[in-house]
Write a protein that binds this ligand. Structure first.
Ligand SMILES: Cc1cc2nc3c(=O)[nH]c(=O)nc-3n(C[C@H](O)[C@H](O)[C@H](O)COP(=O)(O)OP(=O)(O)OC[C@H]3O[C@@H](n4cnc5c(N)ncnc54)[C@H](O)[C@@H]3O)c2cc1C
Length: 329
């Protein structure tokens, strides 16, 4: 049996590992758009100001895991099209690969609002390893100030990482308080007061961004928030725009509880899917979905049992407990 997996992160890794456990004889091949083997994406902010951006430190498994488990890993190779009738997947470079089962685990992409200047050379997002390398290059080139747009959990982690690099950071949040969808107004206020004490840091709430220029971000009222580097942390979207149009979709690729897409022998999992009305965007949930996709693609029979969305806050000296209460460490 030929199992082909498209993706380069936790979902692709977990689907491959689960397929291997289920079908010891199957040929399993992972095709990843990335230049490094699957890594723990949540570890990226921690590498912003590390001495070096050492990918080996954040790999989910060492490079030799794939060879030892007879999993082919093709890096720098993007799935482009699929012909479900011929059961062929076409990858960048034109290679057409036959499959018995295909797992689509292409995840998410950073969402950056369509503002004037948002494609400028001083604008970044942090979704993948190449983004990390670009941000580090900008810092190495002498950036001394940064504007982070978006005060969600990932935005706060980015602020923490940039402050550790010793640069001045302004955080722009559209709402009138931080983490308004995640924590109580009281906890938000406590956090905002504590953040005011941090040197080199400024929080601007009710910030409507109008455009990005070479000097920073211009707000709707014309105020310029200066920054050599502008980092958008404004969410992610399933990386499925214009991609595999045969697969039923809403906001993400639609899957059932076996991670089947509705097109025969094509499974999907992780941040690229919508299950139970939701696109989840969380690591543990992607991993659990991928284990189900891998087992079923390899001929097993298992179903995904939805997990609670466990959001984690552990940054800038704050921690969130299981009951959603924020405390200062
Ligand atoms: C900075 C950051 C911090 C995070 N922190 C947390 C956290 O603390 N806790 C938490 O629960 N979640 C966190 N997340 C979210 C979590 O990382 C994701 O939910 C998880 O990585 C999803 O895994 P995935 O494999 O489905 O998709 P992704 O991680 O998005 O990986 C998709 C992979 O597929 C590759 N790909 C894309 N298109 C193609 C193609 N056409 N062909 C081949 N390969 C392709 C991509 O290059 C990528 O490697 C964080 C995310 C980011 C960006």
């Amino acid at each position: 049996m030929d199992i082909v997996i498209a993706g380069g992160s936790v979902s692709a890794f977990e689907a491959a590992a689960a397929a291997r456990r289920t079908a010891p004889e199957a040929r399993i091949a992972v095709y990843s758009a990335e230049s490094v083997p699957p890594y723990r994406r949540p570890a990226l902010p921690g590498l912003i100001c590390a001495a070096e951006a050492d990918a080996e430190k954040i790999l989910i498994r060492p490079r030799d895991f794939y060879g030892k488990n007879a999993i082919e890993l093709h890096l720098g190779t993007r799935l482009e099209t699929v012909d479900p009738a011929k059961k062929t997947a076409v990858f960048s470079g034109g290679a057409a690969v036959s499959y018995d089962r295909l797992v689509v685990a292409v995840g998410g992409r950073a969402f950056v609002p369509d503002l004037p200047g948002a494609k400028g050379g001083n604008v970044f997002s942090l979704r993948n390893f190449d983004d990390l390398v670009s941000i580090r290059a900008k810092l190495a080139a002498g950036a001394r100030t940064a504007v982070v747009v978006g005060g969600g959990i990932l935005g706060l982690e980015a602020v923490d990482a940039l402050l550790k690099c010793g640069i001045g950071v302004t955080l722009l949040e559209q709402a009138d308080r931080l983490l308004s969808r995640n924590i109580s107004p009281e906890d938000s206020l406590m956090m905002m007061r504590a953040l005011e004490e941090i040197k080199n840091f400024r929080l601007v709430c009710r910030a409507e961004t109008r455009e990005v220029t070479g000097k920073g971000v211009v707000l709707a009222d014309g105020t310029l928030i200066s920054g050599d580097l502008v980092l958008f942390s404004t969410g992610s979207r399933p990386a499925i725009d214009g991609f595999l149009p045969q697969l039923p979709r809403e906001r993400g690729l639609l899957v059932d509880d076996r991670m089947r897409t509705g097109v025969e022998d094509i499974f999907a999992c992780g941040d690229c899917v919508q299950f139970g009305g939701k696109v989840c965007g969380l690591y543990a949930i992607s991993r659990a979905m991928a284990a189900v996709a891998g087992v079923n693609a390899a001929g097993g029979g298992t179903v995904y049992m939805p997990k609670a969305d466990a959001i984690m806050l552990n940054t800038l000296g704050f921690r969130m407990s299981n009951d959603g209460k924020v405390t200062k460490k």
